[in-house]
Design a protein around this ligand. Structure first.
Ligand code: GMT
Length: 375
């Protein structure tokens, strides 16, 4: 690295993919010598313990009875200004357009010395579900247009962004990545009630929103477990979790489905998992699919979106229309019944993660991008 870049990393602190990518990126940049300042309303979930070159700055929002909602956006912009001035930041990297990209622009404008650069990474739903809403469209378009640099996590998301906003600016595709040493194939690490020698373990992990197609997860699992004795492990929390419980009850699957809630270290679960299900309505990338593949876990996922750039259907897993429960289950059953084939797919999945998405190489691409923006 030619210079010590000082970065403000603005992200959601929760278990969503954008916050995880931001945190892993910040930590990896710090390990490569950058000074990284995370800015959010709570410490990001993957930010644990002390790390050299890393600081966390919490945004507090003041309230007043006339506010319908406390104006977090303004408090965040002010905090970015404070951190930028105090630590002489070179750039602020906003993960997720709403409202982070807009706050970064406001902060850039508020700083007397206007040298702070802004980079925005679009993650998916900030464009496909949020940015396209009439109340956000204009401000998201403005924020993308005005950022000094913009990246997207897949070619598919680049196309959706251009389609939704008709932009005439450069946008760089930098895919998500995985620490292939931490997320590595291992033997079963522990025993749990859902791990029994005679049953396969199928996992779904998400923020349980509508886009994740929870009825699809349960539907595919039902078909699998009619043919191959299996347990389904559901990791995460979100608005659709109650619906998931209802479907499980309705289909009499109570003894086969385990709700694990939010798990901070998903890499510790993968060694017990035979298959990951991600049949979302669409997925701009599918970070959890990549993390599973890196651990040698075959993935069955939606063919709508950037997952096509991650999973090679028939080789490292299987992609299909999210409504094709039978097709997905058929592929799963064949794989689970054939240990030789399972090992082949598992190895191909791991190889694809290592060759295409290893953390170090992708983080270098972000570094080169920062350097090009900083001139
Ligand atoms: O839907 C989620 O899983 C959360 C969301 C987020 O922004 O936190 O995920 C989006 O960003 C991830 C990281 O880049 C991608 O891996 C996910 O595919 C994307 N989700 C969707 O496009 C639905």
């Amino acid at each position: 690295m030619s210079r010590r870049i000082k970065v403000g990393m603005v992200c959601y602190p929760s278990h969503g993919g954008s916050g995880i990518v931001a945190t892993e990126l910040g930590l990896a940049l710090a390990a490569k010598g950058c000074e990284v300042h995370f800015i959010s309303y709570a410490p990001p979930v993957r930010l644990k313990g002390y790390a050299e070159n890393v600081q966390f700055h919490q945004v507090f929002t003041d309230n007043y009875p006339v506010f319908h909602h406390p104006p977090y956006t303004l408090s965040l912009a002010s905090k970015i200004v404070e951190v930028a001035e105090l630590h002489d930041l070179d750039l602020v990297h906003a993960h997720y357009a709403v409202p982070h990209a807009t706050c970064a622009l406001l902060a850039r404008q508020m700083l007397e010395d206007r040298s702070l650069k802004t980079v925005t990474t679009l993650h998916g739903t900030d464009i496909t579900l949020v940015g396209v809403q009439p109340s956000f469209h204009t401000v998201v378009r403005f924020s993308i247009q005005q950022s000094d640099g913009v990246t997207v996590v897949s070619r598919w998301l680049l196309e959706r962004t251009i389609e939704a906003f008709g932009l005439g600016r450069d946008i760089e595709v930098i895919p998500n990545f995985v620490d292939t040493q931490r997320f590595a194939p291992r033997r079963r690490a522990f025993d749990g009630p859902f791990i029994t020698p005679e049953r396969k373990v199928i996992m779904h992990a998400s923020n349980f929103r509508k886009v994740k197609n929870i009825p699809g997860v349960i539907g595919v699992f039902r078909n699998i477990c009619e043919a191959v004795p299996s347990n389904l492990v559901l990791v995460g929390e979100g608005p659709e979790i109650a619906h998931a419980r209802e479907l499980v009850r309705l289909h009499g699957l109570d003894r086969d489905v385990y709700f694990l809630g939010i798990q901070d270290a998903i890499e510790e679960l993968f060694p017990c998992v035979d298959l990951l299900l991600l049949p979302s309505e669409h997925e701009s990338f599918g970070l959890v699919a990549l993390e599973a593949m890196s651990c040698g876990v075959p993935v069955i996922a939606t063919d709508r979106g950037g997952t096509r750039e991650v999973v090679e259907s028939g080789v490292t897993g299987f992609l299909s229309d999210p409504s094709d429960h039978q097709g997905m289950a058929r592929w799963a059953i064949d794989l689970l019944r054939d240990p030789g084939r399972w090992t082949e797919v598992s190895r191909a999945a791991r190889a694809r993660a290592v060759q295409g998405f290893d953390e170090s190489r992708i983080v270098d691409r972000y570094l080169a991008y920062y350097e090009s923006i900083l001139g």
